[in-house]
Design a protein. Sequence first.
Length: 116
Amino acid sequence: MTNTPSSQRTDWHISLLGGLKRRERGRMPADTVVLTPVGGADLDLSEAEIGQVTTVTKISIAGGVRLRVPADITVEVEGFNLFGGRRVEPGTPDPSGRVIRVRNYGLFGGVSVTRG
């Protein structure tokens, strides 16, 4: 058995009814997948150690993503929602080029990114 470094692992969070609320501290995994058929994701990454590229993928029928990130992280949003918007609070780009990619797929729900 080999250990996968935390920067290379994928964290999965599955909830059939209801969403996910997390406050990350310490090293953030390279990929996080949130599968909630009915429910959103509320993630606070403002105190997390963010690697060069971190991806958060949210898949649901109804439910969006609220994300709180450090002020110097670049945030890229992609995906598809039939109903729902995207709002990314502007920040100051990090000279090292750290990026959080948010992929949101669903019918109802948007993406809201705030800085902290």
